[in-house]
Design a binder for this molecule. Structure first.
Ligand SMILES: [Zn+2]
Length: 261
């Protein structure tokens, strides 16, 4: 079998019983496999993906007055959560693809949303990049290279986000941007600690999921606020269930917005 990156020495022998057969994923995280059930390999890592699914569904429901690109991005966030649940529950490589490919699509899509200046060249280049990456991903089973690529895409949007933050005068929206950055940093630290030291009882990979779910939700919501304001609308931040910020508009954004500067 192809070699696997394995973070928990007790799991590396791969002898735990499961209904899914021998794990085929290229990575096996710190959480003990099948310690509680033969159906779910890593229950903490599986359940914590609700941090992507639930806010993603709320974002989709509230984005109908925004440009369709925001609904699409929230949909990809939901797909990431479902794919990641399948991956951590089964440790099968097909399920791992269901997690990692939407992560790359989401990162490329978000790059488009953040940098789009009204032309089609960027969209075409990113679609070609997504197809090439998917072909490489399926063939090569990358681990570190995939992580570096994803991190590079996540960092690539920061300069434009910084500009949007400076141009934004709404205190609540600016707070969302600060939370976006802070949650990303905390999530990254949790991910690095988990992979470096494997504190089995702390479930830091689940913490990574929770903070990254918050990171992408705050980031997209701030991005939607900045974009709709840039298009001449008058967005407001409201709170769904008292905890999730959503961008509210009087009227739907026109389907053909003015060209961004
Ligand atoms: Zn994960």
């Amino acid at each position: 079998m192809t070699s696997r990156v394995c973070f928990n020495p007790l799991d590396c022998a791969g002898s735990a019983e499961s209904v899914w057969g021998t794990p085929t994923s290229s990575i096996d995280w710190c959480e003990r496999n099948y310690a509680h059930s033969t159906w779910v390999a890593e229950p903490w890592n599986t359940a914590s993906n609700l941090a992507f699914v639930v806010p993603g569904l709320v974002g989709m429901a509230w984005s109908w007055k925004l440009e369709k690109r925001f609904t699409a991005i929230f949909l990809i966030i939901v797909l990431i959560g479902i794919g990641s649940m399948a991956f951590h529950a089964t440790l099968l490589y097909a399920a791992q693809l269901g997690d990692e490919l939407p992560m790359i699509w989401g990162a490329l899509g978000w790059t488009y949303v953040v940098y789009d200046d009204g032309g089609r060249t960027l969209a075409l280049l990113l679609i070609i990049a997504a197809c090439l990456e998917a072909a490489w991903h399926v063939r090569a089973r990358p681990t570190t290279a995939f992580q570096v690529l994803f991190a590079a895409l996540a960092v690539s949007v920061l300069p434009r986000t910084r500009r949007n933050f400076r141009n934004c005068t709404d205190d609540v929206a600016r707070t969302l941007c600060r939370r976006y950055v802070a949650c990303g940093i905390v999530g990254l630290v949790a991910w690095l600690l988990d992979n470096s030291f494997c504190f089995e009882r702390v479930h830091l990979h689940a913490v990574w999921h929770l903070f990254m779910g918050a990171n992408v939700y705050y980031g997209i919501t701030f991005g939607a606020y900045a974009r709709t304001q840039h298009l001449g609308c008058s967005p407001r931040i409201e709170w769904w269930a008292g905890c999730l910020p959503v961008v509210s508009l009087e009227n739907p954004v026109n389907a053909s917005p003015k060209k961004a500067s």
